[in-house]
Design a protein around this ligand. Structure first.
Ligand code: NAP
Ligand code: MG
Length: 503
């Protein structure tokens, strides 16, 4: 099977405008609707009605969801465990069949998904379309890798013994996803679980439940046996925590913040009465990503890459650049060009909710105390939660140079030479993405071996990883380094079985 990335739309082309408008209109018509969750093959309504707001306009409600109870979570675990007994025996061909159908459904729903992502999480149209494409790319790449995984492990042949060693699914998985890629990350983690023959309970972020519901609807139309895919709305600290601790949960695939990821890892480390395995945890977490500029760099290119990486989606990407480390010799010139670039091309955009707005603003206040405000710093929550692209100059030890802010805040740090720049870049507890702008081969070679991140980019932006081109995941407290879109990723949800027969 040949892989191809789904072509991104040129959304400025006139052919798209009517279809997009129709999708936004449909969304508007649904704004009073209450959406259920998917439990054991049925869409179920729980208690209450929780609204989902548009972060760009907090008076605008996108729709409502109801929350699953602990009892529902227990029912979902039972259903997924029961379904696993037979689903684990399905052939890889069958499972690929379900995923191929999912690709068709995603393509059919493309405009509706774009509209939803724009409205529910404040992305622009282009980023929203990229996300739908990334979801399709995950489907195709995992389907392709499964054909290879099906071959198992090659063993030595010997007269008198027949041997095999093949990959087996492991059980019920819990998928916990963040709001910033509400479709691609939720879907990617679910697809990885079910294409490997496991069953799954997904708990998406409370911030983006309608995108999650829409995905559950599409998934439910693909013929998966009942109980294989469950998706529950509700609070992470209540049902998420309960499911993570549950003895029948076999593995947890988490993407989100470091604090929650570490908490889940701790929870999973306990072995409650009746649990027959050690839970596996894949946790992809935050970052404090740096771009280094040395004296040989193309400064215009570097400024463009830094600004795009720092302010695309308001800095709310785990891969976003939040530190620019500039060598002394080019510091003043580089800074001037970076600030011009930001001023001319980037403006205030909405962050996800009031909590994030306050959190980011508190770091802006911290930055004002420990550094110099060079640009931005303003915010406005009268319509949506808008924060200006903000730049500080600080020393390497500043709090804002170490903690993940997850907003449009960049700190600029001066380094005396390339070795010191690398040292500053590595001086965080994270290790997700990093970049170097340089024409000096020695510096690039040094960065290859000493810049300790999972995704290192030279002379380009550090965001926008594409499936099968830039397998993505981080080091250190950025996570377990399970590279999405790869064969290795899927191995996390499988175990080898060796069978030896005397003949
Ligand atoms: P978050 O606050 O950690 O939440 C992530 C998910 O965990 C949500 O579904 C949340 O549910 C759930 N949760 C919260 N407490 C829980 C608990 N005690 N037990 C089980 N689940 C729990 O992260 P976020 O704000 O949604 O996303 C932003 C973060 O994700 C950033 O740190 C970013 O860097 C990171 N991220 C990393 C990657 C990567 O690939 N490395 C990709 C994207 C994002 P509720 O919504 O109900 O709280
Ligand atoms: Mg919202």
């Amino acid at each position: 099977m040949l892989f191809r990335n789904e072509d991104r739309f040129d959304l400025t082309a006139p052919e798209h405008s009517a279809k997009l408008q129709a999708a936004f209109d449909r969304l508007k018509n649904d704004k009073d609707k209450k959406h259920p969750y998917l439990l054991d093959g049925e869409f179920v309504f729980g208690e209450g009605a929780v609204p989902s707001y548009n972060p760009a306009n907090h008076k605008e409600i996108i729709g409502y969801v109801t929350s699953a109870s602990i009892k529902d979570a227990d029912r979902a675990i039972k259903a997924a465990s029961k379904a696993f007994e037979t689903y684990r025996l399905t052939t890889i061909k069958q499972r690929i069949g379900y995923i191929n159908l999912l690709v068709e459904k995603l393509l059919e729903a493309r405009y509706d998904l774009i509209a939803l992502i724009v409205e529910e999480c404040g992305k622009n149209l282009v980023e929203a379309d990229w996300e739908v494409c990334e979801t399709i790319d995950f489907c195709r790449s995992y389907a392709m890798h499964m054909l290879e995984i099906e071959q198992g492990v090659k063993l030595l042949d010997e007269e008198g013994e027949a041997r095999s060693c093949t990959y087996q699914p492991i059980g019920v998985g819990l998928v916990i996803s963040p709001w910033n890629f509400p479709l691609a990350l939720l879907a990617g983690m679910i697809i990885a679980a079910v294409i490997t023959g496991n069953t799954v309970i997904a708990k998406p972020s409370v911030e983006t439940p309608i995108v999650a519901f829409k995905f559950a609807e599409l998934m439910n139309e693909c013929g998966f046996p009942k109980g294989v895919c469950n998706l529950l709305h509700g609070s992470g600290s209540v049902i998420g925590q309960h499911l993570a601790a549950h003895p029948e949960t076999r593995f947890i695939n988490f993407t989100g913040s470091k604090d929650v990821g570490l908490r889940i890892n701790e929870t999973a480390g306990a072995t409650p009465q009746g649990q027959k395995w050690i839970k596996r945890v894949v946790a992809e977490m935050g970052g404090k990503n740096a771009i280094i500029i040395d004296k040989t760099a193309d400064l215009e290119l570097a400024a463009e890459g830094i600004a795009t990486s720092a302010y695309g989606y308001q800095g709310q990407k785990c891969s976003a650049c939040s530190r620019a480390i500039i060598l002394d010799e080019v510091y003043d010139d580089a800074l001037r060009i970076i600030l011009d670039e930001i001023k001319s091309k980037h403006k205030a955009g909405p962050v996800i909710n009031r909590g994030a707005y306050n959190f980011i603003n508190s770091y802006i206040e911290t930055g004002k105390k420990e550094g110099t405000l060079l640009l931005g710093g303003g915010s406005d929550d009268s319509i949506g939660f808008f924060i200006e692209p903000t730049v500080f100059e600080t020393g390497r030890d500043a709090v804002i140079a170490h903690e993940e802010i997850f907003g449009p805040v960049l700190t600029v740090i001066k380094a005396k030479d390339f070795a010191e720049a690398l040292e500053i870049a590595n001086d965080t507890e994270y290790g997700l993405t990093g970049g170097v702008y340089s024409k000096n081969e020695d510096n690039l070679t040094l960065a290859e071996s000493h810049f300790n991140v999972g995704n290192l980019y030279f002379n380009r932006k550090i965001t926008g990883a594409e499936v099968m081109r830039h397998p993505f995941a981080g080091y250190n407290l950025s996570g377990t380094a399970a590279k999405t879109g790869t064969r290795d990723y899927l191995i996390n949800f499988l175990q080898l079985k060796t069978i030896t027969r005397k003949v």
